[in-house]
Design a protein around this ligand. Structure first.
Ligand code: URA
Length: 212
């Protein structure tokens, strides 16, 4: 894993498709953030939560991961329940909410069309995720929200995906760190019952107690 720590360039245009998409959204919504969304939380986190990518009218609008759309409701509620967030609702970048021992990052920092980043876009953004992982302590814990995040984390550790299959509730050991998998807390998953609140909280409880 590289030791470099690239900063998220606010005007990054490395992915032409994503940059053009941002431009189009910005034209329609001048007040939206419409830039790569930076990680949120404490620098020296013990728990790194890895999401997919900013939602069009959520993180892409607010500039904070999982903030402004349905996907963040269960995440921040759960973090608050476990004492890892100062409030149960993330209302916006300037709401004063703080995280404790926790950091949230997306696999891809720019909003993708249809919520689906392409493999080349995931690869392009990988150094940012690698930099986040590199600063996590050796006994740090990662929670991957969804398969895309899981695979990006496994690849970032130079491990083979077939040795680390994604499954809700799975616990993997990666170069001394623990990776816990959860289904993504998307509106689709929570409203269809694929992901229940209990099943989501259980993953975070397991992650929190793993090395405390
Ligand atoms: N918002 C984010 O920031 N990330 C996701 O994965 C989904 C919504």
């Amino acid at each position: 894993m590289p030791r470099v720590r690239p900063s998220a360039e606010e005007n990054c245009r490395a992915c032409a498709r994503l940059a053009a998409f941002r431009d189009r959204i910005q034209a329609d919504h001048p007040a939206y953030w419409c830039k790569p969304v930076p990680a949120f939380g404490v620098e020296e986190a013990r728990l790194l939560v890895v999401g997919l990518a900013p939602g069009l009218h959520g993180a892409n609008a607010s500039g904070r991961p999982f903030t402004g759309d349905h996907a963040g409701i269960l995440l921040y509620k759960t973090l608050h329940h476990l004492g890892l967030a100062s409030a149960a609702v993330s209302a916006g970048r300037n709401d004063g909410l703080t995280l404790c021992q926790t950091r949230i990052v997306n696999t891809v920092k720019c909003v993708p069309p249809q919520n689906r980043p392409l493999p080349a876009e995931i690869r392009q953004c990988a150094p940012y995720l690698q930099a986040e992982l590199a600063r996590l302590p050796k006994n740090g814990v990662i929670v991957a929200l969804g398969r895309v995040a899981h695979e990006a984390v496994v690849r970032a550790h130079d491990c083979r995906l077939r040795d680390y299959p994604f499954a809700h509730g799975a616990r993997h050991e990666l170069a001394g760190r623990l990776l816990f998998d959860s289904y993504h807390c998307s509106r689709y998953n929570t409203q269809t019952g694929r992901l229940t609140e209990e099943a989501f909280v259980a993953v975070f409880e397991a992650a929190q107690s793993a090395r405390s």
